[in-house]
Design a protein around this ligand. Sequence first.
Ligand code: FAD
Ligand code: NAD
Length: 475
Amino acid sequence: QTDLKDNGNKKKHVVILGSGWGAISFLNKLDTTQYNVTIVSPRNYFLFTPLLPSVPSGTINIKSICDSVRTIARQTPGEVTYLEAIAKDVDPENKTVKIEHKSQRFFVGDAFTSERDPLETTLNYDYLVYAVGATVNTFGIPGINEYASFLKEANDATAVRQKLFDQIEASRLLPKDSDDRKRLLNFVVCGGGPTGVELAAEIKDYILQDLSKFIPGIEKEMKVTLIEAQHNVLSMFHPKLIAYTKDVFKEQGVDLQVDTMVKKVDDQNVYATYKHPNGETEDITIPYGTLVWAGGNAQRELTKQLASKIIEQKTARRGLLVDDYLKLDGDDNIFALGDCTFTANPPTAQVAHQQGVFLADHFNKLSKKNDIQYLINNSNDENEINKLNKRLARIEKTDKPFEYIHQGALAYIGSERAVADLSWGDWSTVALGGTMTFFFWRSAYVTMLLGIRNKIFVVSDWLKVAIFGRDCSQE
Ligand code: FAD
Ligand code: NAD
């Protein structure tokens, strides 16, 4: 890597941890001719998570929503190196990150699955852009890690599809009235946030629209159950849209079990407590064939470890604390964004994307300020120094703190219907639900997809499904 800029000033080394929404949005807008950049992530692709719930049903092919990090890095000018590795330790005092590579694929959560000794190295940074996202929150509920699937990573989505097929095929060996057959054909989703709702909706569509043709009669036998601890699903949406979602689920036959708190799971059953309207509680057991846990986010071990090293982060239980410029409280060289932080904004792709774009702009200005300061330090000409100081002040004035602009929330709820909570500035909020909203939902997501290649793939996946239906064979 070249260490000097054209003006002779030294380039700063930026290490980016992660290849998700925050990291890639940052990289795409950063002036990479002004920095040496190393991007470290165990995932060598960017994953467009909003369409991940469409993967287990086969509506979307997983490859259509993955974009290679190497390609993204290659398209940026300047020096950008990608290392397929996981950060194991950040040392804020010495400004280093210990990274580890293993030849196996990245597994769910924080760990690789490999028996081999890891290959390790240490990177020095001038600035660290920390965007490692979050992991799944299991709340320590017994059995979830052992028996449930998740819907967080690409391989989670393909594993859920595999599990669904395995259970359907296994059930065919059993008599129709057997309890075990009924159990195998119950697809249970725990957590009625947007992830759980969209997954339940997609699976129900799949059963009604495609599996029913592939295995006639399965639509009468197979159940989709959505369990939610609170009284409502999609609690962040407008009450009108919550009611509309409940109606659509009822019409489609999704078994919605609200006020039901999961306490434990084993290899065949979910054990929960149902709260009656009069406040009394009842223990219930829900047998399952496929179980997906969508209970929300928790911080990664690396994030907790980093927080424990900085006094100002001692209260950072739900995520790293950052200032208005996304700089970590208590450290001048680490910036954090996305799901690993705790701010006034929700942990969404929309927020992480806007933070990434903001931070790149801040870094571009930081580099310009640094260059001007370098010229000031190397000049003896009073006039020149005055001019440079004025330029510095102008840049400083435009370097405004991060402000999140909420553009609304969208969710697919099944049978070609979606809900949308849209806002235009501070003055207007619109709650929409229905088929038109579904087309709006689709066009919004195509617009959000980062590359033209993915846009073409996703649209062609939807066209294929519209013409031929979803694929019903096991990969
Ligand atoms: P991520 O995008 O999760 O990226 C984290 C990156 O860090 C990954 O590349 C990971 O491999 C890497 N990493 C992890 N550990 C390490 C380590 N130790 N060292 C280096 N790298 C590491 N939000 C919306 O706004 N709209 C939606 O429709 C929507 N749909 C969603 C659907 C699903 C199924 C899910 C799970 C989430 C959805 N979200 C949606 C939320 C959104 O995906 C997240 O808020 C967003 O991904 C957060 O971005 P991030 O950059 O913080 O983390
Ligand atoms: P979430 O935190 O939004 O929802 C988790 C749900 O699980 C909650 O409703 C919670 O009450 C429930 N839950 C937790 N413990 C439970 C238990 N023991 N028993 C029963 N229910 C339990 O999580 P998510 O849906 O994975 O979403 C995570 C983030 O990603 C959110 O910020 C969300 O807005 C975002 N996201 C957005 C979209 C979208 O906009 N379409 C889609 C997916 C995710």
